[in-house]
Design a protein around this ligand. Structure first.
Ligand code: FAD
Length: 816
C-alpha cells in the first residue's frame, strides 16, 4: 500500500485515518500543528449537534453514516454519540411549511422524521413555551456527537492498526517531483508520501497555497455560549460522563438563527444571526501563537444580545439564569455551503477533505477512503468535489462574499430558484446588453448570468394573465411567461443564449485516440460528426454526459457539464502527454458565444442569412459544419436540447452580439421569441432529456438512467465491463401528474403502496400537455400506467408512470 500522510488530526483527519486502516491501508501518518489529543482545531470544542436531514442526498447520507458509526464507537466509558433526537420548531407559517418540505427530504433519503404540533414539541422539550411556536419537526435518530471523544476513538483504533499520529508538528511545505506529490516538510524534516490528504479544516487555504490549489473556504467566527444552571430541566437528566451527555433533544429555532443543547443543568446556545465574522488568518496566527485553542476567539457580547432576548421567549426558564461563558469559535464556510473533497487536478497524489461539519465527518471519511483506495467514490460527490468551481469562482473576493452570504443564510428557508444578490455580473455573454433591453430575469451558473425569462415576452394585458400553475411557492422567482416562451419555441422559433454551456477544445494528433477510451461511443469518425456520449467511471457509473463534435482531424469541441469535467479532461491530458501523446485541452467558453435557434421556423430564420444549405438533408441531425451567417463565421451544430429542429450556433465572442441581433431581426416577423432557462427546462423534460448532476450522477448506470442508447456495443471504454456486470438497482421513470393543478420542483419523495421508493429529480409544468412532467427514481419494475404518490409539502399527489418522452417520441420534429 502507498505511504499516506494526513494533515490534521481533527474529526475529519482521524475519520479518514480510521477508514483507511479499516481498508488495510496502515502505512499512514497523521500530523497536526497542535498537541494531541485535543489539537485546538474546530473539533476540539464543537458542541456536536447532528441533524441528518438535508436538501442534498449525499450530505444526508454522510450524516446518517456518521450517526451509525459514532453510535457503534460508543462504549459505556466513552459516549461518542447520544441519540437524544432532534427537534426543529417553527414560529412562522413559512417555517412550518418548510418543515413539511424537510420532512419530504427526510422520507426521500430514509431519515426518520415526523411533523408534530406545538404540544408535542413541549412534551419532547419541556423548556419550550408551546404558545410561542406553531409546531416542529421531530427526528428521533439525530443527536449529539462528542467530537473529541470520536477523534480519540478513531485515533486509538487506527493507531492500534499501525497508523502513526504526530502532534505539535506543523506542515510547512509539500514536496513534489514533477506532477506528483512525494511528501510533506515539517520543522523536523521530510515525511515521504505517495499520497497527502489535507484535512486542515479552516487552515485549508494556507495548505492549499503550498501546492497552488485555490481552496475556496473562509474561516468564520460563530458564537456559542453556555448559561448558568437552569432551575427546572423537567426531569431531563443524563448522569453519564462526557460531553455528549444530555437527555433533552437537540433543538433548532431557525426563524431566529438559533440552536440549543443541554450541558447537564445548563443550556448551550449557538447563534448564526450575528454579522459575518471572517477571520484574517495572519492576525489569528499572530494573536494565538502558542495558545492551545487557536480556534476560539473572545466572545463579543453585543452581537449576542438579540439571541438572548429571543432565547428567553422560546425557553422562558432561561429568564432565571444568564450567560456564563461564551466564545466566537472558528470554522469553515464555502461559497455554496458544501464541503471541499477530492483530488488536486494538477498534482497527482494530493487530496483534500475540508469544510466538513462534525455532522458529515465520518461519512466523508468513509467516502474519501473509498475514493483514495479505489479511485472512485461510492456516492455522488459532484456537489462536494473541489473541482466543481470555475477559475472565476475561486477568486478570493468571490469566495469571501459568497461564503459570508452562506453564513448569513445558513438557517434561512431557501427557495430552489432563489438567486443570490451578491457577486453578480461576473461573467456575461456577448448578448447580455440585448437581454437587459428585453427585460431578462437572470439565474447564475458558475458565475455566468443566464436569462431565465424575458419580460418583453409578457404581452398578455394586465388583468387577463392568470398566475400560472401551482401555489405561491411554485410561482416564486418564476413567471408564466416561461410557458409562453416554451410554446413559441414549439410553434415558431425560440432563441436561446447557450454561451454559458461550458466547452473545451481537445486538439492534437492523438486527440481521437485520447478521447476514445473515455467515451461510450468512438469519436474517431469523419470530420463534421457530432456524438452524444457518456463518460463512465471504473464502476460503470455515469461521471458525465458530453456532446463531442469533430471539427477537424485533430480537433474536437466538447460540450461538458462544468468545471468538474474540464478539470478531469485537463488532468487526463496532462498524464497522456507524459505518456508521449500529442493532445491538449483548452476551455473556450469565455472566448466564444453560443446561440440556440430552435423551432419549426428555425430554417426560415437562418437560411436567408447564409449561403450554406441548412435544410435537414444538407446538414442532418448530429452533424456540424462551418458557415457564414449574417456575415459572421460560425460553427453550426445540428443538436437540440429542446427537441426542435435547429442548431447551436457557435461564434467568436466578439461577433456574438452582432449575430444575435441579426438573427433576432429575422426571427421576429416569424413569431420567434427570445427564451430563457425556464422554457428550456420545460421543453427538455417534455423530450425526456436528462440533466447530469440533477437527474443522474456517477452512482447511476446508463441502463438505470435510461441512457443505454448512448453506449456503443462495439467500442471499448473505461467502465464497460463493470457496467455490463452491474445489476439494475432502480430506474429513472417519467411520471405525469394526474391532476393538472399539481406542481413539483424536485427532491420530493416518491412512494407506492409499499412506502417510500425514490425521489423526484427534475420537474416542470409542460405547456404542451398542460400538466407537470417529472423524472422519478423508483423501482426498476415500475411499468407505464403504474401509479405513484409524490409529496408536496403536506399534500400528496398521484402521478402515472409514462413513456420516457412525452412530446414527439418519434423525433420527427427534431429531425426536421
Ligand atoms: P479541525 O478540527 O479544525 O482540524 C483541522 C486540524 O488541522 C487542526 O487540528 C489543525 O491544527 C490541523 N492543521 C491545520 N494546518 C496544519 C498544518 N499546516 N500542519 C499540521 N496540522 C495542521 N459542526 C456540527 O456538525 N455540528 C455542530 O453543532 C457544530 N457546532 C459548531 C460550533 C462552533 C462554535 C464551531 C466553531 C464549529 C461547530 N461545528 C459544528 C463545525 C465543526 O466543528 C467543524 O466543521 C469540524 O470540527 C471540522 O473538523 P476538521 O477536522 O475539518 O477541522
Amino acid at each position: 500500500n502507498p505511504r499516506v500522510v494526513i494533515i490534521g488530526a481533527g474529526i475529519v483527519g482521524t475519520s479518514l485515518a480510521d477508514e483507511l486502516a479499516l481498508r488495510g491501508w496502515t502505512d499512514v501518518t497523521v500530523v497536526d500543528r497542535g498537541p494531541l489529543p485535543a489539537t485546538g482545531g474546530s473539533s476540539s470544542h464543537a458542541p456536536g449537534l447532528v441533524f441528518a436531514t438535508n436538501a442534498c442526498e449525499t450530505l444526508s447520507g454522510f450524516a446518517q453514516y456518521t450517526i451509525d458509526k459514532l453510535v457503534s464507537l460508543s462504549t459505556p466509558d466513552r459516549l461518542c454519540f447520544n441519540q437524544v433526537g432532534g427537534l426543529e420548531v417553527a414560529v412562522t407559517q413559512a417555517r412550518m411549511d418548510d418543515l413539511h418540505r424537510k420532512a419530504g427530504w427526510a422520507r426521500a433519503w430514509g431519515v426518520a422524521a415526523e411533523v408534530v404540533d406545538a404540544k408535542r414539541c413541549a412534551q419532547l422539550h419541556p423548556l419550550i413555551d408551546a404558545s410561542r411556536i406553531l409546531g416542529g419537526l421531530h427526528t428521533p435518530d439525530d443527536g449529539l456527537a462528542d467530537a473529541q471523544a470520536t477523534c480519540d476513538s478513531q485515533r486509538e483504533r487506527a493507531a492500534a492498526a499501525g497508523v502513526v499520529f504526530r502532534g505539535n508538528e506543523q506542515v510547512l511545505g509539500i514536496e513534489t517531483l514533477g506532477d506528483r506529490v512525494t511528501g510533506v516538510r515539517t520543522a523536523t524534516g521530510t515525511l515521504p508520501a505517495e499520497i497527502v490528504v489535507s484535512c486542515a479544516g479552516f487552515w485549508g487555504v494556507e495548505v492549499g497555497a503550498m501546492v497552488g490549489l485555490a481552496v475556496p473556504l473562509v474561516a468564520m467566527g460563530h458564537q456559542y455560549v453556555t448559561t448558568g444552571a437552569v432551575d427546572d430541566m423537567g426531569g431531563f437528566v443524563d448522569e453519564r460522563p462526557g460531553k455528549a451527555a444530555a437527555a433533552l433533544p437537540i433543538l433548532r429555532h431557525q426563524d431566529a438563527d438559533l440552536y440549543y443543547r443541554q450541558h447537564g443543568e445548563r443550556i448551550g446556545i449557538g447563534y448564526y444571526g450575528h454579522r459575518a465574522m471572517p477571520v484574517a488568518m495572519d492576525d489569528l496566527y499572530r494573536d494565538t501563537a502558542g495558545q492551545p485553542m487557536p480556534s476560539m476567539l473572545p466572545f463579543t457580547p453585543d452581537d449576542f444580545d438579540p439571541a438572548w432576548t429571543e432565547s428567553t421567549r422560546l425557553l422562558p426558564a432561561l429568564n432565571r439564569t444568564h450567560v456564563t461563558e461564551g466564545f466566537n469559535g472558528i470554522f469553515s464556510f464555502t461559497p455554496d455551503g458544501s464541503p471541499l473533497l477530492g483530488a488536486h487536478p494538477g498534482l497527482d497524489g494530493f487530496w483534500i477533505a475540508e469544510a466538513v461539519w462534525v455532522t458529515q465527518s465520518a461519512g466523508v471519511g468513509r467516502t474519501m477512503a473509498q475514493w483514495i483506495t479505489t479511485g472512485t467514490p461510492d456516492v455522488d460527490v459532484s456537489g462536494c468535489d473541489i473541482t466543481r468551481f470555475s477559475v472565476h469562482e475561486v477568486e478570493r473576493d468571490h469566495v469571501d462574499v459568497l461564503s459570508a452570504r452562506a453564513f448569513d443564510e445558513v438557517y434561512d428557508i431557501s427557495h430552489p430558484r432563489e438567486q443570490h444578490t451578491v457577486a453578480r455580473d461576473r461573467l456575461i455573454s456577448p448578448m447580455h446588453a440585448g437581454h437587459l433591453a428585453r427585460g431578462a430575469h437572470f439565474v447564475t451558473s458558475h458565475g455566468w448570468e443566464r436569462p431565465a425569462w424575458f419580460d418583453a415576452n409578457d404581452v398578455v394585458p394586465t388583468g387577463d394573465r392568470d398566475d400560472g400553475p401551482g401555489d405561491d411557492w411554485f410561482r416564486r422567482h418564476w413567471s408564466p411567461t416561461v410557458l409562453d416562451e416554451a410554446t413559441a419555441t414549439r410553434s415558431a422559433v425560440g432563441l436561446y443564449d447557450m454561451t454559458s454551456l461550458m466547452r473545451v477544445e481537445v486538439t492534437g494528433a492523438d486527440a481521437a485516440a485520447f478521447l476514445a477510451p473515455m467515451l461510450t461511443r468512438n469519436p474517431d469518425r469523419p470530420v463534421g460528426t457530432v456524438l452524444y456520449a457518456l463518460i463512465l467511471d471504473d464502476t460503470g457509473g455515469i461521471r458525465s454526459d458530453v456532446t463531442v463534435a469533430r471539427t477537424a482531424t485533430d480537433r474536437f469541441q466538447i460540450g461538458v457539464n462544468g468545471p468538474i469535467d474540464i478539470a478531469w479532461l485537463t488532468a487526463h491530458a496532462r498524464r497522456a502527454r507524459a505518456d508521449g501523446m500529442s493532445v491538449s485541452v483548452h476551455e473556450t467558453t469565455t472566448e466564444t458565444s453560443c446561440l440556440g435557434v430552435w423551432g419549426p421556423c428555425a430554417e426560415s430564420v437562418v437560411a436567408p442569412l447564409t449561403s450554406t444549405a441548412v435544410d435537414a438533408a444538407s446538414l442532418p441531425f448530429y452533424r456540424c459544419a462551418p458557415a457564414t451567417v449574417a456575415g459572421v463565421e460560425v460553427l453550426l451544430m445540428r443538436v437540440s436540447y429542446v427537441g426542435e429542429f435547429g442548431w447551436e450556433i457557435y461564434a467568436d465572442g466578439a461577433d456574438g452580439a452582432e449575430l444575435a441581433d441579426r438573427i433576432t431581426e429575422a426571427a421576429q416577423p416569424l413569431g420567434g421569441v427570445w427564451a430563457g432557462r425556464g422554457a428550456l427546462d420545460c421543453l427538455r423534460i417534455e423530450k425526456g432529456f436528462r440533466s447530469w448532476g440533477t437527474d443522474m450522477s456517477a452512482v447511476d448506470s446508463p441502463d438505470e438512467a435510461g441512457l443505454a442508447f448512448a453506449v456503443a456495443k462495439n467500442h471499448e471504454f473505461t467502465g464497460r465491463t463493470a457496467m455490463l456486470e452491474r445489476p439494475v438497482r432502480r430506474r429513472l421513470h417519467t411520471v405525469i401528474a394526474d391532476d393538472p393543478a399539481t406542481v413539483l420542483m424536485g427532491s420530493e419523495p416518491v412512494s407506492t403502496a409499499d412506502g417510500p421508493v425514490g425521489h423526484i429529480t427534475s420537474a416542470a409544468f409542460s405547456p404542451t400537455i398542460g400538466r407537470t412532467i417529472a423524472y422519478a427514481w423508483g423501482p426498476a419494475d415500475l411499468r407505464t400506467g403504474d401509479r405513484v404518490d409524490v409529496d408536496w409539502f403536506d399534500t400528496t399527489a398521484s402521478f402515472t408512470v409514462s413513456p420516457t418522452t412525452t412530446v414527439d417520441p418519434e423525433n420527427a420534429r427534431i429531425k426536421g
